[in-house]
Design a protein around this ligand. Structure first.
Ligand code: DX5
Ligand code: ZN
Length: 236
C-alpha cells in the first residue's frame, strides 16, 4: 500500500467481493490475487442508504484474518457512518470511505477514521459534482467516484463520470495533492483502461471484470490488470 501514499504509476485492480461466490469465498479471493489484484473491496450496506444488504463486518473480519497481507478497503453505504466507527476500529481496514451525503459532518468523520490509523475517503454518487469536495480536498486520502448508483452490482457505467475523473485528476495536479482516485461500479474492459488513463488509481472490478467471465476469475483478472497497465504506459 506504499504506492497509495502518493501518485500511483500503475492502476490497481480492486475486486469487489460482493460479486464473489459466497460458497467459495476463499477460493475466489485466492484466484483474484493470483490474477494480480492489489487489494480487496468490501461493500457494506445497511439496507437504508441503499435498498440492499451485502457483506457484514463479521465476514470482513474473517477475510482479514485469512488474508492478513492483502490490503482491504471498506465502502460504507450507510446512513449513519459515525455508528460504524467501533466496527472500523475492530476491523482496521487499510482504507474506508463513506458517502458524502450521508453526514453533515464529513470533516469529523474523516478525522475519526484517520485517528484510527485508517486512510479516509469520501464517495460521490454519479450525479454529484466534484465541486462538492472543494472544502475538504486537504483532508482526503482518497476519493471514490461511483460509476453507477450505489447498491447493486452489474449496472452500466454512467459515461459522464469520465469527465469527473479528468476534472478531479487535474485538480489534484493543480493543487499538488496526493489523494488517490478510486472508481467503482460498472467498470469493464473498455471503460476501465480509459478511467486509468484519465487519472484513476484504483479500479473496483465486479461483474464485468473478474467475476462471471467465461475465462474464469484468475484469467479475467490478469487480463484486466494487463489492460490497465498498458493504458498507464501510454500516457507516461
Ligand atoms: C455497488 C458497489 C460496487 C459494485 C460493483 O453499489 O459499491 O462495489 O458491487 O460491481 P460492478 O462492477 O458489477 O458494478
Ligand atoms: Zn463498492
Amino acid at each position: 500500500m506504499e504506492a497509495l501514499k502518493g501518485r500511483i504509476e500503475m492502476a490497481i485492480l480492486n475486486p469487489t467481493l460482493a460479486c464473489a461466490d459466497i460458497m467459495h469465498l476463499s477460493r475466489d479471493i485466492e484466484e483474484v490475487i493470483e490474477g494480480g489484484a492489489g487489494m480487496l473491496h468490501i461493500d457494506i450496506m445497511d439496507g437504508h442508504y441503499v435498498p440492499n444488504i451485502c457483506l457484514s463486518f463479521e465476514q470482513a473480519r474473517a477475510i482479514r484474518s485469512a488474508f492478513p497481507h492483502v490490503p482491504m478497503d471498506l465502502h460504507l453505504m450507510v446512513t449513519e457512518p459515525f455508528q460504524w466507527l467501533k466496527e472500523l476500529e475492530t476491523l482496521r481496514p487499510d482504507m474506508a470511505a463513506f458517502h458524502l451525503d450521508a453526514t453533515s459532518f464529513p470533516l469529523r468523520m474523516l478525522r475519526s477514521i484517520r485517528e484510527r490509523g485508517i486512510r479516509a475517503g469520501v464517495v460521490l454518487n454519479p450525479v454529484q459534482p466534484v465541486s462538492m469536495l472543494e472544502e475538504i480536498l486537504g483532508e482526503l486520502d482518497y476519493v471514490l467516484l461511483m460509476g453507477v448508483e450505489p447498491g447493486f452490482s452489474g449496472q452500466i457505467f454512467y459515461e459522464p463520470v469520465h469527465e469527473k475523473i479528468r476534472e478531479l485528476s487535474s485538480l489534484r495536479t493543480r493543487q499538488n495533492r496526493s489523494f488517490s482516485i478510486m472508481v467503482d461500479g460498472g467498470v469493464d474492459f473498455t471503460n476501465g483502461p480509459v478511467c486509468a488513463r484519465e487519472g484513476a488509481d484504483i479500479l473496483v472490478g465486479g461483474a464485468f471484470v473478474c467475476f462471471g467471465q467465461p475465462e474464469g476469475i484468475r484469467g479475467s483478472a490478469s487480463r484486466f490488470v494487463a489492460a490497465i497497465d498498458t493504458k498507464k504506459e501510454e500516457i507516461a
